[in-house]
Write a protein that binds this ligand. Structure first.
Ligand SMILES: *Cc1c(COP(=O)(O)O)cnc(C)c1O
Length: 437
């Protein structure tokens, strides 16, 4: 054996392995994960992810690379683009953006120059940091102007927004958000944008899996010029990004900017895994998205019945994978999220539309997403039970350690990922680097 004998392994090595094992066991097997921006891949997609492709380079477009050794990478990149075109019914797909942020950077750079204006969803209403002056939009020197938000409908005000677009004449308008309960008024905004020659960018990072399943909105058909997204939130792929459009000109411009401006290597092991996730969505996406929306509604209703202040009651709470709570009267978002973590229920604190922007460290809200637990097979009754566990920790002030034991036991019943193909993943072990648990 070429390796080092076990007795002289450095302590740090044992520590690394131990940290990874602990993380895997905790986050994968023992916690109820309600982070709205996360998900897990199927074992099949993981097998297609942990491959030699993670070590390779393939700058450029398929069949026109700057490197040798890419013929299979080319095949899989072309296949992925074809599958995504079919799933989302779009003409052009650019899969090389390595994250949602890089997808936005690419599209913003194509559509606007330094000093141009962009209209965005208000920050407190869930605009992603990349849409703002603090993120990539500001980094590119594009001016951020917030669209008017209507607290009653919990949405962008379509009439006021159209008026603002006509007055301000921006180069682009971003829709889509990180707090995203109800579909945005894409149609009305796209009509106004078209009049002034502005392009509408729909950021689907959170809801791509719901769009894939036909259960949220269909931004391209409603008039958006281009869709940017992550591939790992409700869409259950590896962490990555994608850009989609029906405009050949936009596609060409985007492809010229993603590489070489924002990406050199595009993290090639993402490609086959994203293709597996795309196929899963083609076959099981509708059923998966439907269950997500049902679970989110049941969860919201149950949380309200347990005594939580759930946003959007008069609107039916949610049409997405998210549920948003105002936990000010229970000590605020930071305290609630910390207590829940001690009970192995993982959530994040979040600004609410009526919070001041500087409340970022201790906002009023808690953002919850049901997508990952839905993939582990949980249904409405399971979310009713989780609502009770949350009440005990956040409202009743019960010892989180006691609740944690129940969480670990409950979680044990959900050990198989649903909405995927029935394939013996062990037969693919020649592809796969085993996971440390
Ligand atoms: C998460 C998110 C992003 C960023 O995606 P990354 O892949 O994490 O870079 C962009 N836009 C929205 C609306 C998001 O929620």
């Amino acid at each position: 054996m070429d390796g080092v004998r076990p007795e002289i392994l450095p302590d740090e090595l044992e520590r690394i392995i131990s940290i990874v094992r602990q993380h895997n066991r905790w986050r994968r097997l023992e916690t109820i994960n309600l982070i709205a921006s996360e998900n897990v891949m199927s074992p099949l997609a993981e097998a297609a992810y942990l491959t030699d492709m993670m070590h390779r380079y393939a700058e450029g477009k398929p069949r026109k690379r700057y490197y040798q050794g890419t013929k299979y990478v080319d095949d899989v990149e072309i296949l992925l683009s074809e599958l995504m075109k079919r799933l989302f019914r779009v003409e052009y797909v650019e899969p090389r953006a390595i994250s949602g942020t890089i997808a936005n950077a690419t599209v913003f750079k194509v559509l606007a120059d330094h000093g141009d204006k962009a209209l965005i969803a208000p920050v407190q209403a869930g605009a992603h940091v990349s849409h703002t002056r603090y993120g990539i939009l500001g980094g590119l020197g594009i001016e951020q102007i917030e669209l008017p938000f209507d607290m009653e409908t919990f949405n962008i005000d379509p009439d006021k927004a159209a008026k603002m677009i006509r007055e301000m004449q921006p180069k682009l308008v971003t829709l889509g958000a990180s707090v995203f309960l109800f579909p945005h008024p894409v149609k009305e905004i796209s009509e106004a944008a078209r009049e002034v020659g502005a392009k509408v960018v729909y950021d689907a990072a959170h809801v791509l899996g719901l769009i894939a399943g036909g259960k949220f909105q269909d931004p391209i058909r409603e008039g958006a010029d281009i869709v940017t997204s992550s591939t790992h939130k409700t869409f259950p792929g590896p962490q990555g990004g994608v850009i989609m459009t029906n405009s050949k000109d936009l596609y060409k411009a985007v492809s010229k900017v993603v590489f070489p401006v924002f990406v050199s290597n595009h993290h090639l092991h993402r490609l086959p895994a994203t293709a597996v996730a795309t196929l899963e969505m083609m076959h099981f996406g509708s059923e998966y998205a439907e269950q997500i929306v049902r679970n989110a509604k049941a969860f919201a209703e149950a949380l309200a019945a347990e005594g939580f202040n759930v946003l959007g009651e008069h609107l039916g709470y949610t049409q997405s994978h998210q549920v948003v709570l105002d936990v000010r009267r229970h000590g605020g978002g930071a305290k609630a999220a910390t207590l829940l973590e001690e009970a192995n229920i993982i959530t994040n604190k979040n600004l609410l539309p009526y919070d001041p922007p500087d409340a970022i460290k201790d906002p009023s809200g808690l953002r919850l997403g049901v997508q990952e637990m839905t993939r582990w097979g949980m249904r409405e009754d399971d979310f009713r039970y989780i609502a009770k566990l949350m009440r005990r920790v956040v409202i009743d002030g019960e010892d989180p350690g006691r609740v944690r034991r129940e969480v670990v036991e409950f979680r044990r019943e959900y050990s198989r990922i649903h909405y995927t193909f029935d394939v013996d993943v062990d037969s693919l072990s020649d592809l796969k680097v085993p996971m440390l648990i």
